[in-house]
Write a protein that binds this ligand. Structure first.
Ligand SMILES: [Zn+2]
Length: 298
């Protein structure tokens, strides 16, 4: 039952809430209209270039060892493969699916607030797809390629505000280039030597893309990455007019849902739910005024 698209479950904290996988759902496919999202983004960022309110420091310079463009190309190929696999299994939500439409509506509101965290995002062709699976899972690959699994929406009965917090969190991983940083670090420790040699011109470019795509399947983010994604995601969602308290109610639901599962490995690699909730609660006052501003504007 292990397939490449299910392997993405390891990419993020969210994804460690594993539930027995079984696939369902509808045929067809849909692609996010990135161009429209981008145009909206350009307008809004010109209107409000406020300074970041949450404090996450600057991104690690080590990530520069891996060219962003190369990684984004690899991610694009890998994403296309994941979507093609889901489609082949009849597990891709079709255009017009109400949950997919809801995700697109949320993305449309969040995207204008992304370039503030990474100027490259202005050029990204954002995509959002919904995959039929009982897993509590969602992710965003480098370059803005997003997937939600039906399990996370259905099982947690997410409100729009909570779904926006998840999307913001996943977007933040991509914007802060956590995958790029992980890959750069793996090169330094020798695990990515084949990639390093190829980047230096010792191999063929096609292989670089393939190797990186494979690495994307097995990456794990650090605790710090997760905290950063929580806070940056919170700010993005709040600027888009979603309630900051939803970040806390989301993780409470997540905690409750994971209560009966075997969490040992998850707890060893990720901040506990309680710490995570405390951190978010401490940051809500910093972004409250952004929510009020955004609400007025709607
Ligand atoms: Zn995460």
């Amino acid at each position: 039952m292990t397939t490449s698209w299910l392997s993405f479950a390891t990419m993020c904290w969210l994804c460690d809430f594993k539930t027995p996988s079984s696939r369902t759902t509808a045929p067809g496919e849909h692609r996010w209209n990135a161009r429209r999202g981008f145009l909206l983004a350009a307008g809004a960022s010109a209107a409000g270039t406020a300074l970041a309110q949450v404090d996450v420091g600057s991104a690690s310079s080590m990530r520069n060892l891996v060219p962003a463009e190369t990684l984004e190309n690899s991610a694009r190929q890998q994403y296309a493969q994941v979507i093609a696999d889901a489609r082949a299994k009849n597990a891709l939500a079709p255009t017009g699916h109400p949950q997919l439409q809801r995700l697109h509506d949320i993305a449309k509101r969040l995207i204008p607030h992304t370039a503030q965290w990474n100027p490259r995002a202005k050029e990204w062709k954002w995509q959002v797809n919904l995959i039929g699976s009982k897993q509590l899972n969602a992710w965003c690959m480098p370059g803005g390629k997003i997937a939600f699994y039906t399990g996370i929406l259905d099982q947690l009965q997410l409100t729009d505000d909570e779904a926006a917090m998840i999307m913001g969190h996943e977007m933040a991983h991509a914007l802060r280039e956590h995958a790029r940083e992980r890959m750069a670090k793996s090169q330094v420790t020798g695990l990515g030597l084949s990639i390093a040699s190829q980047l230096l011109g010792l191999g063929q470019l096609g292989n670089v893309a393939a190797d990186m795509g494979t690495q994307l399947l097995t990456l794990k983010y650090s605790r710090d990455d997760e905290t950063e994604a929580d806070l940056v995601g919170l700010e993005i969602a709040v600027r888009a007019g979603y309630k900051p308290e939803a970040s806390v109610s989301l993780w409470k639901k997540m905690q409750a849902a994971s209560g009966g599962n075997n969490n040992a490995s998850f707890l060893s690699t990720h901040p506990s739910g309680a710490n995570r909730i405390q951190e978010l609660e401490a940051n809500i006052p910093k972004v409250q005024h952004l929510y009020e501003q955004a609400s007025k504007g709607q």
